[in-house]
Design a protein around this ligand. Structure first.
Ligand SMILES: C[S@@+](CC[C@H](N)C(=O)[O-])C[C@H]1O[C@@H](n2cnc3c(N)ncnc32)[C@H](O)[C@@H]1O
Length: 273
């Protein structure tokens, strides 16, 4: 009974707020409310400058709000354009990528569960000789922690562990990888092209790990059928804390073509506030 109520509450939250999971206030009680800021009655009224910057506490609140809004805008954008368009956007203005990841890091810090940590734990149980490809690696946290050789791909290199590559075309040989990972990175409208590319680089019987937001998987069954058509059999799926799915697939065959992918992965969109 209690479980059902919890799910219903979460669903309502999803409906009301769209991609709430990237909104860090979901998990942490805010220190002071918007009203306190606007009315100048709360802690935000303090005009003392903090030692760490020249901004007053109120200015810092607005700066954070602006950063949050920028992050949400970019996040939504990445879910609604193709990988190629995303690449062009960041090629034109690379600082947007840093801004995106500053916001993303802040969001992850607030999550009660970190899917990257769970994937690193999974890799710690796999042979050291396994070759890993991390598609849409962000800061390449996996490469920095895992004992295996990890090829980390993203649209911009935030550090020396990252190879710049669009996920539908990565610089790896056919059937050269044991484990391919997508951690919250099936973002573009052409996400199936990325899965096809993972199929190309994976060895027969190789492992595909996908960590994705539960709220995106509107058609989990259809998603699994599409993956099966693309040469991946589901081995395991878990929902470590209700908000994420961690799925494990085995490559069963080569993927020759991409089937239709309508209505299986919802983009993360925000309700306009
Ligand atoms: C939500 S972040 C997750 C980053 C990382 N996997 C993690 O969990 O910390 C998604 C990442 O996928 C990358 N990405 C999205 N589309 C891409 C594409 N077509 N090619 C390469 N990287 C892409 C984004 O640039 C971003 O860094």
């Amino acid at each position: 009974m209690g479980g059902k109520k919890k799910v219903a509450t979460k669903r309502k939250y999803d409906d009301d707020r769209g991609t709430h999971f990237f909104d860090k206030s979901v998990f942490k009680k805010r220190k002071f409310s918007d009203a306190e800021v606007v009315n100048n009655h709360g802690p935000a009224n303090k005009v003392q400058k903090t030692s760490s910057s020249n901004l007053t506490e109120l200015q810092q609140v607005f700066k954070k709000k602006l950063e949050g809004a920028k992050f949400r805008f970019l996040n939504e954008k990445l879910y609604t354009i193709t990988g190629e368009d995303a690449k062009q956007m960041f090629d034109k203005e690379p600082k947007l990528f840093t801004e995106y990841h500053d916001g993303y890091r802040q969001a992850v810090d607030e999550w009660p569960f970190d899917p990257v940590k769970s994937l690193i734990k999974y890799l710690s149980r796999q042979p050291k000789s396994s070759v890993v490809a991390d598609f849409g690696c962000g800061e390449a946290r996996i490469a920095q922690e895992a004992k295996q050789k990890v090829h980390s791909f993203d649209l911009v290199a935030l550090n020396e562990h990252v190879t710049v590559a669009e996920m539908s075309n990565v610089p790896l040989e056919d059937e050269s990888v044991d484990i391919a990972i997508f951690c919250l990175s099936l973002m573009g409208t052409n996400f199936a092209d990325y899965i096809k590319e993972a199929n190309r680089v994976l060895k027969q019987d190789g492992t595909l790990k996908i960590a994705e937001l539960e709220s995106r998987l509107i058609g989990l069954k259809k998603f699994l059928v599409v993956l099966e058509k693309m040469g991946f059999a589901i081995k395991q799926k878990s929902q470590p804390n209700g908000y994420f799915y961690i799925m494990e697939f085995k490559k069963t065959k080569k993927c020759e073509q991409v089937p239709p992918t309508n209505d299986i992965l919802k983009p993360c969109l925000y309700k306009k506030r």
